[in-house]
Ligand binder design. Sequence first.
Ligand SMILES: [Zn+2]
Length: 390
Amino acid sequence: MPTATDLRTLIDALALVDHHCHGVVTDELDRDGFEELMTESPFPPPPGTSHFDTPFGLVVRRWCAPLLDLPAHCEPERYLDRRRELGAAEVNRRLLRAAGTELLLVETGYQPQAILEPDELAAAAGAAAAEVVRIEAVMERTLAEAESADAFAAGFGARLAERAASAVGLKTIVAYRGGFAFDPAPPGRAEVVEAAGRWLSRSAPGQLTDPTLLRFGIWTGVELASQRHLPIQLHSGLGDTDLTLHLANPSLLTDLIKRLQPLGVDLTLLHCYPYHREAAYLAAVFPNVYLDVGLALNYTGPSAARVLAETMELAPFTKHLYSSDAFGLAELYHAGALLFRHALTEVLAGWVGQDVCDLDGALRIARLIASENARRLYHLTEASTRDITC
Ligand SMILES: [Zn+2]
């Protein structure tokens, strides 16, 4: 019979499936470059201060520093000096491996700077990888190459299917492009052609924000998802300043969720904070809704256990997934995994202490959230992932 102390050891040893993450940068980062990647804000901190003065900054100094052979809580300048001394490749390798992830589902639609591709990321992490394709990225490229609005409307479905031929999931960032208060019905072909025509006539199209085209992207994704049993990831809740927070509340997706449920299309609500309780409710009542609090654990740092506990108030244990949502910094991989393990241990040890479950039951819940739910939801078999050994 395992003891309470064993719970931490057992959860620390669980191999994770990170169902939503991105590449990390390979450049050597100076202080500004590192601090820009520590936050979702595109703005600098107040003059004379630092993004290290945040919950995530504390986490880097406490838990990433020892992996670079530094004392816990070391000063930011010393941390960054040591990071440059070791070099980005070695730092990435140490931090990615420390996360203890066996499988990375890498979303490849966001590449504002040079980052590791899924195979390279997997090699650095000593893990396997599979790809998640961002619908809007494919649509922007298709529009840029379209010869006419009609050709775009007729060809986008095939283009998305081709791009996602070996993917295990799709992703939409509609939260960033106007939010979730959109008409949940699929647009008609004439509406799409008209909207595409308007978009193509713009002198500088830029980021896709047309509501009809965004709905067309989602519904084209739904059709593909339904045929190939691909879950669709939706960024929800906190993110960068392109979104208006209350319009990223997943409760606004209720009508869309109801339309997709009979089609058998599963949605995963990513991050969700501060609407993780709303997301947990949706996961509890709709069979096609799953959730994670990935990004929120990194950015709430020392308070991550409270966020996870609030999510676990209502979300079925079978609907909750692990993600780091790491982008840019390998620190986000290590910290995301470590905070998740610490938070999960704290919540489950409390439940064992109250005798609402025994240790075996607690460990079963931990396994579901750490990897088993993602493997079931994404149909992850050996063949669907690229196994990289190094
Ligand atoms: Zn992401």
